[in-house]
Design a protein around this ligand. Structure first.
Ligand SMILES: Nc1ncnc2c1ncn2[C@@H]1O[C@H](COP(=O)(O)OP(=O)(O)OP(=O)(O)O)[C@@H](O)[C@H]1O
Length: 322
């Protein structure tokens, strides 16, 4: 299911979202790096992309969700259930995980043997789906996993993850190491998976094309904190680039700079200004009233994410505007 298909607005969705996983005041210290406190609900039945700089804590967070790492404090609930210690089997059987670098315990087995072993563990194992995916991704079934390339191993892990018919799919940079053809196959397999119904996907990625093609929601992590979560189309509309000028009137420029919503104000030597703002309409209107040339443009994903980080730094960390 995708939000676009539901015909609901983002604000309606936000208030009615059911949670697959909830984190309350979750903290973890890793060497000098502190993650949290994190308060966040991962919406059930949607794809949420978790994005953020290297080293900000995305993988650590996923490991806490898998319980391969325990928080120092705080509480996590999975499908409404909290647990102490390891995840209970019935929850573990509903969760599939694909890591950035596959570490296969079954290295000495072939894909076929490893699948036979895993199928005993997962009551909803779908052998037909597994074989179709292996075939589509061109992974040999009868070669030891240790003899496969890293990309082929990654494809095996991905196929095996989907074959478990998970309720919750945790993907940590799953496309690193995949060739462009396999990447497209992975996206289409994930789209089909979402059509299956009640599946929640959390994916960490640095590939904006992946966010664009897959995500319903985008969550931003910065310096160990979740800065917020936005519906993808809402994020796309949130900030715009405005080109003004050239503007000769210094007083007018100073007044414009103080308008609400402005994040970046980049004055050029020729008197023109490039602005990132969440409220382009007001800026545009005043510019037009004063006969100042003005142009409003959409932003690329990378620029939108930098705006989001800047907005967070200004409004939550109290940093000065640039
Ligand atoms: N095994 C570990 N032991 C101690 N500290 C670690 C370990 N793994 C990661 N860290 C530290 O935890 C912090 C968060 O790392 P993490 O791998 O979660 O970041 P990330 O957001 O997933 O980064 P990337 O985008 O590069 O994958 C970093 O400061 C890192 O140095």
């Amino acid at each position: 299911m995708s939000i676009q298909d539901t015909g609901m607005t983002a604000s309606m969705m936000q208030s009615e979202l059911e949670s697959a996983i909830t984190l309350e005041q979750v903290c973890k210290k890793r060497r000098e790096h502190r993650i949290g406190p994190i308060n966040w609900s991962i919406p059930r039945g949607y794809v949420t992309a978790l994005v953020g700089e290297n080293g900000t804590g995305k993988s650590t967070l996923i490991h806490m969700l898998l319980r391969t790492l325990y928080p120092d404090s705080g509480r996590i609930t999975w499908m409404g259930e909290a647990c102490e210690g390891e995840l209970p089997v019935h929850l573990r059987q509903q969760i599939a995980y694909v890591a950035e670098l596959p570490m296969l315990e079954e290295n000495r087995s072939t894909a076929r043997q490893a699948a036979a072993f895993r199928s005993q563990w997962y009551p909803n194992w779908n052998q037909q789906r597994f074989e179709e995916l292996l075939h589509q991704l061109k992974v040999p079934e009868d070669v030891r996993l240790s003899k496969l390339s890293k990309g082929q191993q990654q494809k095996f892990v991905f196929a095996a993850a989907l074959a478990t018919s998970p309720k919750l799919l945790l993907l940590d940079e799953p496309s690193s190491g995949l060739d462009p053809f396999a990447w497209k196959d992975m996206l289409s397999a994930l789209h089909s998976e979402m059509e299956r119904g009640d599946v929640t996907v959390l994916i960490t990625t640095h590939r904006m094309e992946e966010v664009k093609r897959l995500a319903d929601y985008v969550a931003l992590m910065y310096e160990g904190q979740i800065c917020g979560m936005k519906e993808k189309d809402e994020l796309y509309q949130q900030w715009k680039e405005v080109w003004l000028g050239p503007v000769a009137d210094r007083q007018l420029l100073d007044d414009l700079k103080e308008l609400p919503g402005i994040l970046d104000w980049d004055a050029k030597p020729d008197g023109s200004v490039r602005v990132h703002t969440s409220q382009p309409a007001e800026l545009q209107q005043i510019a037009e009233e004063n006969d100042i040339p003005v142009q409003v443009n959409g932003l690329e994903w990378e620029e939108l994410l930098s705006c989001w980080v800047n907005d967070y730094r200004i409004h939550h960390l109290g940093e000065a505007k640039v």
